[in-house]
Design a protein around this ligand. Structure first.
Ligand code: AMP
Ligand code: MG
Length: 356
């Protein structure tokens, strides 16, 4: 054997050893797969050595999300949630683990937000033309608002062992503010139990990330500009296990008498929230991020930031619905949020005095 051939043999033997050890396996770009579910879109990204498993991850996620949707949708009369609503004031349903988990989360965010997050807001959501309600032709009269408001109160949603019930006829539970985040957490747990390490699961802006998209790089998530459908305010660099959720006034709205009303309702007034354009929350779980982004959207900057103060790993970014543009962030959020350079002067840290 010539010297060159001997060297080549030695070299290829080493390459084979390194490949077998996974040291030299080329890293493919992260692979994203999307599907439609819960009337919106979902996506799964697999990265690193797992890009080849993207289809498997996506299939598992889709199956889980469809299962949760079929139980918790209010758009089908035979879903478990619709049965609970139909029996309001009359009886109870046998709640499985999914419904029980969502009820417990609903109580948790209800308590944390002093009742401004309330899953029994259904009669008001429908009154204003959302979640299957008819869009009112003219301004909604105050007596109808107060009549629907009288049916709202998450303390009237009960779990007795495994039986769930609502104690007033006409009450309606609407899990639109937390079910997506809950679904993302369930899918992440499933993928992790199957060995997944570098991936994200996203359901309509409720996202959770694990591992990294590439060595030394964090998952980077854009934060949408509520005033520009194609613009970004900046991006968030998320660490292993972190979740993010945004509630925005641009997501769903109706026009009544030339006025724009959005889909998030303040249970204290019975009216759609005004004055807030977007709230983004990062948190250690997608259910928390989802529930809290809706709650903070109702509460606003001052009260909302107090609610999350002291919750480990939980930070918020608020964009009030006014000009000039203002981005209010909790102090901890500044570690993760990187503002678009031309908007640097619009960022205020909550609690700090604005710089002039
Ligand atoms: P999100 O997009 O996560 O902020 O959730 C908004 C959805 O939550 C709405 O479309 C309603 O289904 C529901 N919702 C509206 N207002 C409230 C509220 N105050 N508390 C809980 N859920 C709400
Ligand atoms: Mg939410």
């Amino acid at each position: 054997m010539s010297e060159t051939r001997r060297w080549l043999c030695w070299f290829s033997a080493w390459i084979a050893v390194l490949l077998a050890a996974g040291c030299l396996v080329p890293q493919s770009a992260p692979r994203e797969l999307r599907f439609n579910v819960m009337g919106t879109y979902a996506s799964v990204i697999a990265a690193g050595h797992e890009t080849g498993r993207a289809e498997e991850y996506c299939k598992a996620t889709e199956t889980v999300m469809r299962g949760i949707e079929s139980e918790l949708t209010i758009y089908r009369t035979n879903s478990l949630l619709s049965q609970l609503n139909a029996l309001a004031g009359k009886g109870s349903v046998e709640a499985d683990a999914t419904l029980r988990a969502n009820i417990e989360l609903a109580w948790k965010y209800g308590d944390l937000s002093h009742g401004t997050f309330d899953v029994t807001v259904g009669p008001l959501v429908r009154l204003w033309g959302f979640s299957g309600g008819k869009v009112p032709a003219a301004a909604v009269p105050e007596d109808r608002i107060q009549a629907a408001r009288a049916l709202v109160g998450y303390k009237h949603l009960h779990l007795d062992g495994t039986r769930a019930s609502l104690d007033q006829p006409g009450m309606v539970v609407d899990l639109g503010g937390i079910a997506k985040g809950y679904a993302v957490d369930v899918c992440c747990d499933l993928l992790r139990s199957r060995g997944a390490r570098d991936f994200t699961v996203n359901l309509s802006g409720n996202m959770r990330c694990f591992g990294r998209p590439a060595p030394e790089r964090p998952w980077r998530i854009g934060v949408r500009d509520p005033f520009d459908a194609n613009g970004m305010l900046g991006f968030l660099d998320l660490e292993n296990g972190m979740a993010v959720s945004t509630s925005g006034n641009y997501e769903r709205f109706v026009m009544i008498d030339g006025h724009r009303y959005i889909h998030i309702i303040d249970p204290r007034t019975g009216r759609p929230v005004e004055g807030m354009a977007g709230v983004t929350v990062i948190s250690p779980s997608a259910a928390d991020a989802d529930g809290l982004s809706t709650a903070l959207f109702v509460l606003g900057v001052e009260e909302g930031s107090k609610v999350i103060y002291g919750l480990p790993g939980t930070e918020a970014l608020f964009v009030p619905d006014r000009q000039p543009l203002e981005i209010d962030v909790t102090r901890g959020m500044t570690r993760f949020f990187h503002v678009r350079p031309d908007l640097a002067g619009s960022v205020h840290v909550i609690g700090d005095h604005p710089q002039h």
